[in-house]
Design a protein around this ligand. Structure first.
Ligand SMILES: [Zn+2]
Length: 571
Protein backbone atom coordinates (compact mmCIF):
# COMPACT_ATOMS: atom_id res chain seq x y z
CA UNK A 1 0.00 0.00 0.00
CA UNK A 2 1.25 3.47 -0.89
CA UNK A 3 0.75 6.16 1.70
CA UNK A 4 -0.25 8.64 -1.01
CA UNK A 5 -3.35 6.50 -1.74
CA UNK A 6 -4.24 5.59 1.83
CA UNK A 7 -6.39 8.51 3.06
CA UNK A 8 -4.25 8.67 6.19
CA UNK A 9 -4.64 11.94 8.02
CA UNK A 10 -2.66 12.51 11.19
CA UNK A 11 -3.45 15.42 13.48
CA UNK A 12 -0.97 17.69 15.20
CA UNK A 13 -3.20 18.57 18.14
CA UNK A 14 -5.08 16.49 20.66
CA UNK A 15 -8.86 16.62 20.31
CA UNK A 16 -10.36 18.75 23.06
CA UNK A 17 -12.66 16.07 24.42
CA UNK A 18 -9.89 13.46 24.77
CA UNK A 19 -8.94 12.89 28.42
CA UNK A 20 -6.76 9.80 28.18
CA UNK A 21 -3.69 9.02 26.05
CA UNK A 22 -5.25 6.22 24.03
CA UNK A 23 -8.20 8.41 23.02
CA UNK A 24 -5.85 11.23 21.98
CA UNK A 25 -3.63 8.87 19.98
CA UNK A 26 -6.57 7.09 18.37
CA UNK A 27 -7.67 10.40 16.88
CA UNK A 28 -4.26 11.93 16.21
CA UNK A 29 -3.00 8.84 14.41
CA UNK A 30 -6.07 8.94 12.18
CA UNK A 31 -7.45 5.56 13.25
CA UNK A 32 -10.96 6.80 13.95
CA UNK A 33 -13.04 9.92 13.56
CA UNK A 34 -15.78 11.20 15.82
CA UNK A 35 -19.15 11.39 14.07
CA UNK A 36 -21.05 12.56 17.16
CA UNK A 37 -20.64 12.19 20.93
CA UNK A 38 -19.94 8.51 21.62
CA UNK A 39 -20.13 7.57 17.94
CA UNK A 40 -17.03 6.89 15.84
CA UNK A 41 -16.17 5.97 12.29
CA UNK A 42 -13.23 3.61 11.95
CA UNK A 43 -10.93 4.99 9.26
CA UNK A 44 -8.83 2.69 7.01
CA UNK A 45 -5.97 2.31 9.52
CA UNK A 46 -8.25 1.72 12.50
CA UNK A 47 -10.37 -0.68 10.50
CA UNK A 48 -7.33 -2.81 9.70
CA UNK A 49 -6.46 -3.21 13.39
CA UNK A 50 -10.08 -3.81 14.32
CA UNK A 51 -10.32 -6.58 11.73
CA UNK A 52 -7.13 -8.19 13.01
CA UNK A 53 -8.48 -8.25 16.55
CA UNK A 54 -11.78 -9.68 15.27
CA UNK A 55 -9.90 -12.37 13.43
CA UNK A 56 -7.92 -13.37 16.52
CA UNK A 57 -11.15 -13.53 18.52
CA UNK A 58 -12.83 -15.58 15.78
CA UNK A 59 -9.95 -18.03 15.48
CA UNK A 60 -9.81 -18.63 19.22
CA UNK A 61 -13.58 -19.04 19.49
CA UNK A 62 -13.52 -21.55 16.65
CA UNK A 63 -10.55 -23.32 18.24
CA UNK A 64 -12.55 -23.57 21.47
CA UNK A 65 -15.31 -25.30 19.50
CA UNK A 66 -17.78 -22.40 19.49
CA UNK A 67 -20.07 -21.88 16.47
CA UNK A 68 -20.41 -18.47 14.85
CA UNK A 69 -23.79 -17.01 13.95
CA UNK A 70 -25.03 -13.46 13.65
CA UNK A 71 -28.24 -12.17 15.19
CA UNK A 72 -30.01 -8.89 14.44
CA UNK A 73 -29.03 -5.66 16.12
CA UNK A 74 -32.74 -4.80 16.19
CA UNK A 75 -34.36 -7.01 18.82
CA UNK A 76 -38.11 -7.32 19.43
CA UNK A 77 -39.41 -6.17 22.82
CA UNK A 78 -41.27 -9.47 23.36
CA UNK A 79 -37.98 -11.30 23.87
CA UNK A 80 -36.89 -8.78 26.51
CA UNK A 81 -40.30 -8.94 28.18
CA UNK A 82 -39.92 -12.70 28.55
CA UNK A 83 -37.14 -12.15 31.09
CA UNK A 84 -38.51 -8.88 32.46
CA UNK A 85 -35.45 -7.00 31.28
CA UNK A 86 -37.47 -4.70 28.99
CA UNK A 87 -38.32 -2.82 32.18
CA UNK A 88 -35.22 -3.44 34.30
CA UNK A 89 -32.51 -2.54 31.76
CA UNK A 90 -33.25 1.11 32.41
CA UNK A 91 -32.37 4.13 30.28
CA UNK A 92 -29.14 2.59 28.96
CA UNK A 93 -31.15 0.59 26.43
CA UNK A 94 -32.10 2.27 23.17
CA UNK A 95 -35.79 1.61 22.49
CA UNK A 96 -37.68 2.43 19.33
CA UNK A 97 -40.85 1.58 17.38
CA UNK A 98 -41.33 0.55 13.79
CA UNK A 99 -44.08 2.03 11.58
CA UNK A 100 -46.49 -0.61 12.88
CA UNK A 101 -45.87 0.61 16.45
CA UNK A 102 -44.02 -2.60 17.34
CA UNK A 103 -41.37 -2.01 19.99
CA UNK A 104 -37.71 -2.87 19.52
CA UNK A 105 -34.39 -2.43 21.27
CA UNK A 106 -30.99 -1.84 19.74
CA UNK A 107 -29.25 -4.80 21.34
CA UNK A 108 -26.99 -3.91 24.28
CA UNK A 109 -26.37 -7.68 24.65
CA UNK A 110 -28.12 -10.78 23.34
CA UNK A 111 -28.92 -13.32 26.08
CA UNK A 112 -32.62 -13.26 25.17
CA UNK A 113 -32.09 -13.63 21.41
CA UNK A 114 -29.56 -16.44 21.79
CA UNK A 115 -31.65 -18.33 24.34
CA UNK A 116 -34.63 -18.12 22.00
CA UNK A 117 -32.51 -19.34 19.07
CA UNK A 118 -31.07 -22.21 21.13
CA UNK A 119 -34.55 -23.19 22.27
CA UNK A 120 -35.56 -23.55 18.62
CA UNK A 121 -32.45 -25.50 17.61
CA UNK A 122 -31.84 -27.78 20.58
CA UNK A 123 -34.09 -30.60 21.71
CA UNK A 124 -31.81 -33.45 22.77
CA UNK A 125 -28.91 -33.96 25.16
CA UNK A 126 -27.06 -35.36 22.14
CA UNK A 127 -26.70 -31.79 20.80
CA UNK A 128 -25.08 -30.58 24.03
CA UNK A 129 -22.83 -29.04 25.14
CA UNK A 130 -22.78 -26.26 22.58
CA UNK A 131 -21.47 -22.69 22.55
CA UNK A 132 -22.62 -20.18 19.94
CA UNK A 133 -21.19 -16.72 19.39
CA UNK A 134 -21.35 -13.63 17.24
CA UNK A 135 -19.26 -10.54 16.61
CA UNK A 136 -21.83 -7.78 16.38
CA UNK A 137 -22.34 -4.09 17.08
CA UNK A 138 -23.95 -3.33 20.43
CA UNK A 139 -25.60 -0.18 21.72
CA UNK A 140 -25.74 1.61 25.06
CA UNK A 141 -27.31 5.00 25.65
CA UNK A 142 -24.44 6.21 27.86
CA UNK A 143 -25.23 9.18 30.08
CA UNK A 144 -21.79 10.53 29.43
CA UNK A 145 -19.92 8.93 26.56
CA UNK A 146 -16.19 9.44 27.08
CA UNK A 147 -12.71 8.03 26.64
CA UNK A 148 -13.25 7.44 22.91
CA UNK A 149 -14.08 3.81 22.16
CA UNK A 150 -13.95 2.91 25.87
CA UNK A 151 -17.35 4.26 26.71
CA UNK A 152 -19.17 4.85 23.44
CA UNK A 153 -22.80 4.47 22.43
CA UNK A 154 -21.99 1.92 19.76
CA UNK A 155 -19.29 -0.72 20.14
CA UNK A 156 -18.20 -4.00 18.60
CA UNK A 157 -18.50 -6.98 20.87
CA UNK A 158 -18.01 -10.69 20.64
CA UNK A 159 -20.68 -12.37 22.72
CA UNK A 160 -20.88 -16.12 23.25
CA UNK A 161 -23.45 -18.26 25.05
CA UNK A 162 -22.95 -21.81 26.25
CA UNK A 163 -25.66 -24.41 26.80
CA UNK A 164 -25.09 -27.47 28.97
CA UNK A 165 -27.03 -30.31 30.54
CA UNK A 166 -25.59 -30.01 34.05
CA UNK A 167 -23.48 -27.89 36.40
CA UNK A 168 -20.27 -29.85 35.71
CA UNK A 169 -20.70 -29.31 31.99
CA UNK A 170 -21.40 -25.60 32.52
CA UNK A 171 -18.22 -25.42 34.58
CA UNK A 172 -16.19 -26.99 31.75
CA UNK A 173 -17.72 -24.57 29.23
CA UNK A 174 -16.84 -21.66 31.52
CA UNK A 175 -13.17 -22.59 31.88
CA UNK A 176 -12.96 -23.45 28.19
CA UNK A 177 -13.94 -19.85 27.39
CA UNK A 178 -11.71 -18.50 30.17
CA UNK A 179 -8.70 -20.17 28.56
CA UNK A 180 -9.73 -18.96 25.10
CA UNK A 181 -9.78 -15.42 26.49
CA UNK A 182 -6.29 -15.80 27.90
CA UNK A 183 -5.12 -16.81 24.42
CA UNK A 184 -6.99 -13.95 22.72
CA UNK A 185 -5.41 -11.24 24.83
CA UNK A 186 -1.96 -12.78 24.67
CA UNK A 187 -2.18 -12.92 20.86
CA UNK A 188 -3.27 -9.26 20.79
CA UNK A 189 -0.08 -8.41 22.69
CA UNK A 190 -2.07 -7.41 25.76
CA UNK A 191 -1.32 -8.14 29.38
CA UNK A 192 -4.88 -8.80 30.59
CA UNK A 193 -5.41 -10.15 34.08
CA UNK A 194 -8.46 -12.14 35.16
CA UNK A 195 -10.09 -10.74 38.30
CA UNK A 196 -13.06 -11.90 40.33
CA UNK A 197 -16.08 -9.72 39.80
CA UNK A 198 -19.52 -9.23 41.23
CA UNK A 199 -22.24 -11.43 39.80
CA UNK A 200 -24.78 -8.60 39.91
CA UNK A 201 -28.35 -9.92 39.78
CA UNK A 202 -26.98 -13.42 39.63
CA UNK A 203 -25.89 -13.24 43.25
CA UNK A 204 -22.88 -15.37 44.04
CA UNK A 205 -22.54 -16.94 40.63
CA UNK A 206 -19.04 -17.22 39.26
CA UNK A 207 -17.71 -14.49 37.04
CA UNK A 208 -14.30 -13.16 36.05
CA UNK A 209 -13.46 -9.94 34.29
CA UNK A 210 -10.33 -9.57 32.18
CA UNK A 211 -8.62 -6.26 32.84
CA UNK A 212 -5.83 -4.43 31.10
CA UNK A 213 -3.97 -2.59 33.84
CA UNK A 214 -3.68 1.11 33.08
CA UNK A 215 -3.73 4.25 35.20
CA UNK A 216 -6.56 5.53 33.01
CA UNK A 217 -8.75 2.51 33.83
CA UNK A 218 -12.24 3.18 35.17
CA UNK A 219 -12.26 0.15 37.47
CA UNK A 220 -10.35 -0.29 40.72
CA UNK A 221 -8.91 -3.74 41.35
CA UNK A 222 -7.57 -5.15 44.60
CA UNK A 223 -4.48 -7.34 44.21
CA UNK A 224 -2.61 -9.52 46.67
CA UNK A 225 1.01 -10.25 45.80
CA UNK A 226 1.06 -12.96 48.44
CA UNK A 227 -1.47 -15.37 46.90
CA UNK A 228 -2.55 -13.81 43.60
CA UNK A 229 -6.02 -12.83 44.81
CA UNK A 230 -7.44 -10.27 42.37
CA UNK A 231 -10.92 -8.79 42.54
CA UNK A 232 -12.81 -5.82 41.20
CA UNK A 233 -13.40 -3.31 44.03
CA UNK A 234 -17.15 -3.93 43.65
CA UNK A 235 -16.47 -7.47 44.76
CA UNK A 236 -13.15 -7.36 46.67
CA UNK A 237 -13.37 -8.63 50.23
CA UNK A 238 -11.08 -7.99 53.15
CA UNK A 239 -10.29 -9.64 56.43
CA UNK A 240 -10.97 -7.22 59.29
CA UNK A 241 -10.67 -7.92 62.99
CA UNK A 242 -13.16 -6.49 65.50
CA UNK A 243 -11.65 -3.71 67.59
CA UNK A 244 -10.27 -4.18 71.05
CA UNK A 245 -11.24 -0.76 72.40
CA UNK A 246 -11.16 -0.16 76.15
CA UNK A 247 -14.41 0.84 77.88
CA UNK A 248 -15.55 4.44 77.84
CA UNK A 249 -17.72 6.68 80.03
CA UNK A 250 -21.38 7.29 79.21
CA UNK A 251 -21.89 9.16 75.99
CA UNK A 252 -22.60 12.85 75.98
CA UNK A 253 -23.92 15.34 73.48
CA UNK A 254 -21.53 17.90 72.00
CA UNK A 255 -22.54 20.89 69.93
CA UNK A 256 -20.98 20.81 66.45
CA UNK A 257 -22.63 23.77 64.77
CA UNK A 258 -22.18 24.02 60.99
CA UNK A 259 -19.96 20.91 60.94
CA UNK A 260 -21.60 18.27 58.75
CA UNK A 261 -18.91 16.27 57.02
CA UNK A 262 -16.58 13.97 58.92
CA UNK A 263 -13.70 16.28 57.98
CA UNK A 264 -15.48 19.34 59.36
CA UNK A 265 -16.48 17.62 62.60
CA UNK A 266 -13.01 16.11 63.00
CA UNK A 267 -11.42 19.52 62.55
CA UNK A 268 -13.92 21.09 64.95
CA UNK A 269 -13.41 18.48 67.70
CA UNK A 270 -9.68 18.08 66.87
CA UNK A 271 -9.97 14.28 66.59
CA UNK A 272 -8.81 11.87 63.85
CA UNK A 273 -11.39 10.75 61.26
CA UNK A 274 -11.11 7.09 62.25
CA UNK A 275 -12.64 7.91 65.69
CA UNK A 276 -15.83 8.76 63.85
CA UNK A 277 -18.56 6.43 62.79
CA UNK A 278 -19.96 7.51 59.45
CA UNK A 279 -23.71 6.84 59.44
CA UNK A 280 -25.63 6.81 56.16
CA UNK A 281 -29.30 6.15 55.54
CA UNK A 282 -30.02 3.90 52.57
CA UNK A 283 -33.26 2.64 51.10
CA UNK A 284 -33.14 -1.12 50.49
CA UNK A 285 -36.06 -2.50 48.48
CA UNK A 286 -38.17 0.44 49.65
CA UNK A 287 -37.26 0.30 53.38
CA UNK A 288 -34.82 2.64 55.12
CA UNK A 289 -31.74 1.18 56.80
CA UNK A 290 -28.80 2.88 58.52
CA UNK A 291 -25.29 1.82 57.56
CA UNK A 292 -22.36 2.57 59.88
CA UNK A 293 -18.76 2.44 58.69
CA UNK A 294 -15.50 3.91 60.04
CA UNK A 295 -15.30 7.64 59.34
CA UNK A 296 -12.58 7.26 56.74
CA UNK A 297 -14.23 4.47 54.71
CA UNK A 298 -16.80 4.20 51.90
CA UNK A 299 -19.79 1.86 51.79
CA UNK A 300 -19.69 -0.89 49.16
CA UNK A 301 -23.25 -1.12 47.82
CA UNK A 302 -22.81 -4.68 46.55
CA UNK A 303 -21.76 -5.93 49.99
CA UNK A 304 -24.61 -4.02 51.59
CA UNK A 305 -27.10 -5.61 49.19
CA UNK A 306 -25.76 -9.02 50.04
CA UNK A 307 -25.99 -8.54 53.81
CA UNK A 308 -29.54 -7.24 53.53
CA UNK A 309 -30.57 -9.76 50.87
CA UNK A 310 -31.89 -6.77 48.94
CA UNK A 311 -32.47 -6.42 45.21
CA UNK A 312 -31.66 -2.72 45.19
CA UNK A 313 -30.00 -0.25 47.55
CA UNK A 314 -29.60 3.49 47.14
CA UNK A 315 -28.87 6.45 49.40
CA UNK A 316 -32.09 7.80 50.92
CA UNK A 317 -33.47 11.19 50.01
CA UNK A 318 -33.64 14.12 52.39
CA UNK A 319 -37.18 13.42 53.65
CA UNK A 320 -36.56 9.73 54.29
CA UNK A 321 -33.43 10.55 56.31
CA UNK A 322 -35.29 13.11 58.40
CA UNK A 323 -38.21 10.77 59.06
CA UNK A 324 -36.01 7.79 59.96
CA UNK A 325 -33.54 9.59 62.22
CA UNK A 326 -35.03 12.94 63.25
CA UNK A 327 -32.12 14.86 61.72
CA UNK A 328 -30.53 15.75 58.42
CA UNK A 329 -27.68 13.77 56.90
CA UNK A 330 -24.52 14.94 58.66
CA UNK A 331 -26.04 14.67 62.14
CA UNK A 332 -27.46 11.14 62.02
CA UNK A 333 -26.21 8.19 64.03
CA UNK A 334 -27.11 4.73 65.32
CA UNK A 335 -28.06 5.82 68.87
CA UNK A 336 -31.84 6.19 69.31
CA UNK A 337 -32.96 7.20 65.82
CA UNK A 338 -36.45 8.75 65.58
CA UNK A 339 -37.80 5.58 63.99
CA UNK A 340 -37.13 3.09 66.79
CA UNK A 341 -37.67 0.22 64.34
CA UNK A 342 -34.96 1.46 61.92
CA UNK A 343 -32.58 -1.36 61.11
CA UNK A 344 -28.92 -0.50 61.70
CA UNK A 345 -26.04 -2.46 60.20
CA UNK A 346 -22.31 -1.83 60.54
CA UNK A 347 -18.94 -2.74 59.13
CA UNK A 348 -17.27 -5.65 60.91
CA UNK A 349 -14.32 -3.46 61.95
CA UNK A 350 -16.71 -1.53 64.24
CA UNK A 351 -17.56 -4.60 66.29
CA UNK A 352 -16.47 -3.85 69.85
CA UNK A 353 -15.95 -0.17 69.05
CA UNK A 354 -16.16 2.20 72.01
CA UNK A 355 -15.35 5.85 72.59
CA UNK A 356 -16.65 6.77 69.12
CA UNK A 357 -18.26 9.91 67.81
CA UNK A 358 -21.58 9.61 65.99
CA UNK A 359 -24.30 12.01 64.83
CA UNK A 360 -26.83 12.74 67.61
CA UNK A 361 -29.92 12.58 65.36
CA UNK A 362 -30.33 16.22 66.31
CA UNK A 363 -29.44 19.16 64.10
CA UNK A 364 -26.06 20.64 65.10
CA UNK A 365 -25.05 17.91 67.58
CA UNK A 366 -22.89 14.82 67.78
CA UNK A 367 -22.46 12.25 70.55
CA UNK A 368 -19.05 11.36 71.93
CA UNK A 369 -18.00 8.30 73.94
CA UNK A 370 -20.41 5.99 72.18
CA UNK A 371 -20.02 2.26 72.83
CA UNK A 372 -21.74 0.59 69.88
CA UNK A 373 -22.59 -2.59 71.80
CA UNK A 374 -23.87 -0.71 74.83
CA UNK A 375 -25.60 2.25 73.20
CA UNK A 376 -27.18 0.85 70.01
CA UNK A 377 -29.37 -2.05 68.93
CA UNK A 378 -26.61 -3.57 66.78
CA UNK A 379 -26.45 -7.34 67.20
CA UNK A 380 -23.88 -9.82 65.84
CA UNK A 381 -25.90 -10.46 62.68
CA UNK A 382 -25.79 -6.76 61.80
CA UNK A 383 -22.00 -6.73 61.32
CA UNK A 384 -20.38 -7.63 58.02
CA UNK A 385 -17.60 -6.53 55.68
CA UNK A 386 -19.38 -3.50 54.20
CA UNK A 387 -16.69 -1.15 52.93
CA UNK A 388 -14.83 -0.63 49.68
CA UNK A 389 -11.39 -2.20 49.98
CA UNK A 390 -8.44 0.21 50.24
CA UNK A 391 -4.71 -0.26 49.76
CA UNK A 392 -3.28 -1.95 52.83
CA UNK A 393 -6.45 -3.88 53.67
CA UNK A 394 -5.82 -7.50 54.53
CA UNK A 395 -6.24 -10.18 51.82
CA UNK A 396 -9.24 -12.42 52.58
CA UNK A 397 -7.32 -15.49 51.39
CA UNK A 398 -3.81 -15.21 52.84
CA UNK A 399 -3.75 -12.24 55.22
CA UNK A 400 -1.15 -10.14 53.39
CA UNK A 401 -1.82 -6.45 52.68
CA UNK A 402 -3.40 -5.74 49.29
CA UNK A 403 -2.64 -3.04 46.71
CA UNK A 404 -5.11 -1.22 44.44
CA UNK A 405 -4.55 -0.82 40.71
CA UNK A 406 -6.65 0.59 37.88
CA UNK A 407 -7.93 -1.55 35.03
CA UNK A 408 -9.81 -1.37 31.75
CA UNK A 409 -12.29 -4.22 31.43
CA UNK A 410 -11.85 -5.90 28.05
CA UNK A 411 -13.81 -9.09 28.64
CA UNK A 412 -15.97 -11.06 31.04
CA UNK A 413 -16.93 -14.68 31.50
CA UNK A 414 -20.10 -15.41 33.42
CA UNK A 415 -22.08 -18.40 34.68
CA UNK A 416 -25.74 -17.65 34.11
CA UNK A 417 -27.30 -20.83 35.48
CA UNK A 418 -30.91 -21.16 34.34
CA UNK A 419 -32.04 -17.53 34.63
CA UNK A 420 -32.64 -17.15 30.88
CA UNK A 421 -33.30 -20.75 29.87
CA UNK A 422 -35.99 -21.06 32.56
CA UNK A 423 -37.67 -17.83 31.44
CA UNK A 424 -37.77 -19.10 27.85
CA UNK A 425 -38.40 -22.71 28.85
CA UNK A 426 -35.36 -23.63 26.77
CA UNK A 427 -35.17 -27.34 27.47
CA UNK A 428 -33.58 -30.56 26.19
CA UNK A 429 -34.63 -34.19 26.60
CA UNK A 430 -32.20 -36.50 28.42
CA UNK A 431 -31.62 -40.16 27.55
CA UNK A 432 -34.80 -41.11 29.43
CA UNK A 433 -36.73 -38.54 27.38
CA UNK A 434 -37.22 -36.36 30.47
CA UNK A 435 -37.26 -32.66 29.85
CA UNK A 436 -34.76 -30.36 31.62
CA UNK A 437 -33.85 -26.69 31.41
CA UNK A 438 -30.43 -26.01 29.87
CA UNK A 439 -27.68 -24.42 31.98
CA UNK A 440 -26.08 -21.36 30.43
CA UNK A 441 -22.98 -19.22 30.49
CA UNK A 442 -22.24 -15.98 28.66
CA UNK A 443 -18.91 -14.58 27.57
CA UNK A 444 -18.08 -11.16 26.16
CA UNK A 445 -15.04 -9.57 24.54
CA UNK A 446 -15.13 -5.85 23.89
CA UNK A 447 -13.53 -5.89 20.46
CA UNK A 448 -13.45 -2.14 19.79
CA UNK A 449 -12.52 -1.50 23.40
CA UNK A 450 -9.66 -3.97 23.11
CA UNK A 451 -8.34 -1.94 20.18
CA UNK A 452 -8.07 1.14 22.37
CA UNK A 453 -6.80 -0.85 25.37
CA UNK A 454 -3.84 -1.99 23.26
CA UNK A 455 -3.02 1.69 22.63
CA UNK A 456 -3.47 2.59 26.30
CA UNK A 457 -1.10 -0.17 27.34
CA UNK A 458 1.42 0.31 24.53
CA UNK A 459 2.43 3.88 23.74
CA UNK A 460 5.05 6.51 24.55
CA UNK A 461 5.33 10.29 24.19
CA UNK A 462 5.75 10.00 20.42
CA UNK A 463 2.78 7.78 19.71
CA UNK A 464 1.43 4.26 19.57
CA UNK A 465 3.66 1.16 19.72
CA UNK A 466 1.65 -1.57 17.95
CA UNK A 467 2.24 -5.21 18.76
CA UNK A 468 2.88 -6.86 15.37
CA UNK A 469 -0.27 -9.01 15.51
CA UNK A 470 -2.71 -6.08 15.55
CA UNK A 471 -0.74 -3.25 13.90
CA UNK A 472 -2.61 -1.58 11.03
CA UNK A 473 0.51 -2.29 8.98
CA UNK A 474 3.39 -4.19 10.52
CA UNK A 475 6.02 -2.36 8.50
CA UNK A 476 6.34 1.21 7.29
CA UNK A 477 8.91 1.86 4.58
CA UNK A 478 9.92 5.52 4.74
CA UNK A 479 10.96 6.31 1.21
CA UNK A 480 13.23 9.33 1.51
CA UNK A 481 13.80 10.11 -2.15
CA UNK A 482 10.62 9.02 -3.93
CA UNK A 483 11.56 10.97 -7.07
CA UNK A 484 14.71 8.90 -7.60
CA UNK A 485 13.77 5.86 -9.72
CA UNK A 486 16.53 3.61 -8.28
CA UNK A 487 15.48 4.29 -4.69
CA UNK A 488 11.79 3.86 -5.48
CA UNK A 489 12.62 0.56 -7.17
CA UNK A 490 14.36 -0.78 -4.03
CA UNK A 491 11.33 0.21 -1.96
CA UNK A 492 8.92 -1.44 -4.43
CA UNK A 493 10.91 -4.66 -4.46
CA UNK A 494 11.11 -4.71 -0.69
CA UNK A 495 7.35 -4.12 -0.47
CA UNK A 496 6.69 -7.10 -2.77
CA UNK A 497 9.16 -9.34 -0.96
CA UNK A 498 7.55 -8.56 2.42
CA UNK A 499 4.04 -9.10 1.09
CA UNK A 500 5.15 -12.45 -0.32
CA UNK A 501 6.09 -13.37 3.26
CA UNK A 502 2.64 -12.41 4.48
CA UNK A 503 3.87 -9.19 6.11
CA UNK A 504 1.69 -6.14 5.52
CA UNK A 505 3.52 -3.00 4.66
CA UNK A 506 2.85 0.63 3.81
CA UNK A 507 5.31 2.70 1.77
CA UNK A 508 5.48 6.37 2.69
CA UNK A 509 5.94 7.74 -0.82
CA UNK A 510 4.82 11.27 0.03
CA UNK A 511 6.90 14.25 -1.05
CA UNK A 512 7.49 15.17 2.58
CA UNK A 513 10.63 15.87 4.57
CA UNK A 514 12.15 12.85 6.38
CA UNK A 515 11.33 14.42 9.75
CA UNK A 516 7.62 14.53 8.90
CA UNK A 517 7.64 10.91 7.78
CA UNK A 518 9.47 9.72 10.90
CA UNK A 519 7.12 11.65 13.15
CA UNK A 520 4.05 10.16 11.47
CA UNK A 521 5.50 6.65 11.52
CA UNK A 522 6.17 7.01 15.25
CA UNK A 523 2.74 8.52 15.92
CA UNK A 524 0.86 5.74 14.14
CA UNK A 525 3.31 3.27 15.62
CA UNK A 526 3.97 0.67 12.91
CA UNK A 527 5.87 -2.17 14.55
CA UNK A 528 8.95 -1.86 12.30
CA UNK A 529 10.23 1.17 10.42
CA UNK A 530 12.46 0.78 7.39
CA UNK A 531 14.25 3.78 5.89
CA UNK A 532 15.11 3.58 2.21
CA UNK A 533 17.02 6.57 0.80
CA UNK A 534 19.69 7.41 -1.74
CA UNK A 535 22.31 8.24 0.89
CA UNK A 536 21.65 5.07 2.86
CA UNK A 537 21.79 2.88 -0.21
CA UNK A 538 25.09 4.49 -1.22
CA UNK A 539 26.39 3.64 2.26
CA UNK A 540 25.40 0.01 2.05
CA UNK A 541 21.71 -0.47 2.61
CA UNK A 542 18.42 0.24 4.33
CA UNK A 543 17.86 1.09 7.98
CA UNK A 544 15.66 -1.15 10.12
CA UNK A 545 14.33 -0.19 13.56
CA UNK A 546 11.54 -1.52 15.73
CA UNK A 547 9.15 1.11 17.09
CA UNK A 548 9.83 0.00 20.67
CA UNK A 549 13.60 0.38 20.27
CA UNK A 550 15.60 3.60 20.44
CA UNK A 551 17.70 4.97 17.60
CA UNK A 552 20.89 3.29 18.79
CA UNK A 553 19.41 -0.11 17.87
CA UNK A 554 19.01 0.86 14.19
CA UNK A 555 20.70 -1.69 11.93
CA UNK A 556 21.74 -1.24 8.32
CA UNK A 557 21.32 -4.23 6.02
CA UNK A 558 21.72 -4.78 2.29
CA UNK A 559 18.39 -4.58 0.43
CA UNK A 560 18.59 -8.28 -0.44
CA UNK A 561 18.90 -9.22 3.24
CA UNK A 562 16.19 -6.81 4.40
CA UNK A 563 13.11 -9.10 4.15
CA UNK A 564 14.66 -11.73 6.42
CA UNK A 565 15.94 -9.08 8.86
CA UNK A 566 12.49 -7.42 9.01
CA UNK A 567 10.74 -10.75 9.55
CA UNK A 568 13.11 -11.39 12.41
CA UNK A 569 12.45 -7.96 13.90
CA UNK A 570 8.69 -8.69 13.81
CA UNK A 571 8.97 -12.13 15.37
ZN1 LIG B 1 -3.51 -13.06 49.45
Amino acid sequence: MKWSKSLIQTLRDNPQDAEIDSHKLLMRAGLARKVAGGLYAYLPLGMRSLKKIQQIVREEMDRAGALEIVSPVLQPAELWRTTGRWDTMGPNMFKLRDRGEHEFALGPTAEEVFTDIAKGLISSYRQLPVTIYQIQWKFRDETRPRFGLMRSKEFLMKDAYSFDTDAEGADRSYWNMYRAYERIYARCGLKAVPVQADGGDMGDSMTHEFHVLADAGEDGIAFCDGCGYAANLEKAERRAAPCADAGCPAFEEVATPDARTIEEVAAFLKLPADRFVKSLVYVADGRPVMVCVPGDRDVNDVKLKRLLGAKSVALADFETVLKATGANAGFVGPVKPADAALRVVADVSLKGATGRIVGANKEGYHLKDVDLARDTKLSDADFADLVVVQAGDVCPKCGKPMVIKRGIEVGQVFKLGTKYSAAFNATYKNDKLEEHVMIMGCYGVGVSRTLQAVIEQSHDKDGIIWPAAVAPYQVCICLLDPAEPEVAKVADELESALEARGIDVIVDDRAERPGVKFKDADLIGFTVRVVVGAKGLANGGVEIKRRDEDKSKTRVVAPADAPAAIAEALA
